[in-house]
Design a protein around this ligand. Structure first.
Ligand code: ZN
Length: 247
């Protein structure tokens, strides 16, 4: 089976050796592509290096809602995005559980930049689903992905109508996450993505690193009652389409 890890942070491995081992294990497990997401000006350089080192890693650059940055960061972000025409803007977003100064303003500025450069966006959202929908409705992005989608199943249609993709991870394996599986079931097949968010801590039964895509695909397959082969192929094709949407 072949997979695409639609959201990870390879730059967060403790050393280049650990990062290389994670990429090698992922390739051996059938992972054909990964989207490595920056989170602040401090890691954009590392993300760029990683994307240059591994041809199967696509980069995204953005200021994560948990972080703030020194003046001038938006100009630097524009430079990174212009330097890599296939790069997405992200990880950006809104987090109602972890407020930071200027969070919404920073998010809006990055949506504008993404729209101006014609880049798909990788979005993090906690609790602020209504506001997110409003902002995305006027953003004019070519496409966006709601990574680790945690919103209600009822909002899937509205986000999909704006060009949204929905990404899920190994939390699908958690027996208590019934609402998450309901949201998964509501996603149009052509907008479904799967991710590991490596190197985040392991969940039970979930292999560490992007190689864990096999377990994530099996979990999604179990929740949807579809063959894992079919979901792996579908989400790989969707991820190729999403990352190819930079104009
Ligand atoms: Zn992330």
């Amino acid at each position: 089976m072949r997979y695409f890890d639609a959201h990870d942070h390879l730059q967060n491995y403790a050393s280049p050796e650990e990062e290389a081992a994670a990429v090698a294990a992922a390739r051996a497990a059938g992972v054909e592509g990964m989207l490595c997401c920056g989170t602040s000006p401090d890691d954009w350089g590392r993300v760029l290096e990683i994307a240059e080192r591994y041809e199967d890693v696509a980069p995204a650059f953005g200021l994560h809602p948990w972080f703030t940055a020194e003046e001038g960061w938006l100009g630097r972000l524009g430079e990174f995005l212009r330097r890599v025409p296939r790069a997405c803007v992200g990880e950006i977003g809104l987090d109602g559980a972890r407020e930071t100064p200027g969070q919404e303003e920073n998010f809006r500025a990055q949506l504008e930049l993404g729209a101006r450069l014609g880049r798909p966006a990788v979005i993090h959202c906690v609790r602020k689903w209504g506001r997110l929908l409003e902002l995305l409705g006027r953003a004019g992005l070519p496409a966006f992905m709601l990574h680790a989608y945690g919103g209600p199943a009822e909002m899937v249609k509205a986000f999909a109508g704006l060009g949204g993709y929905f990404s899920f991870n190994g939390e699908l394996l958690d027996p208590r996450r019934e609402r998450l599986r309901a949201a998964l079931a509501a996603v149009p097949p052509e907008r479904l993505l799967l991710e590991t968010e490596s190197p985040e801590p392991d969940a039970p039964g979930w292999r560490s690193g992007p190689a864990g895509m096999a377990e994530v695909a099996a979990a999604a397959a179990g929740a949807l009652g579809r063959p894992a082969e079919e979901l792996a192929a579908l989400t790989l094709a969707n991820a190729r389409k999403f990352t190819g949407e930079a104009r």
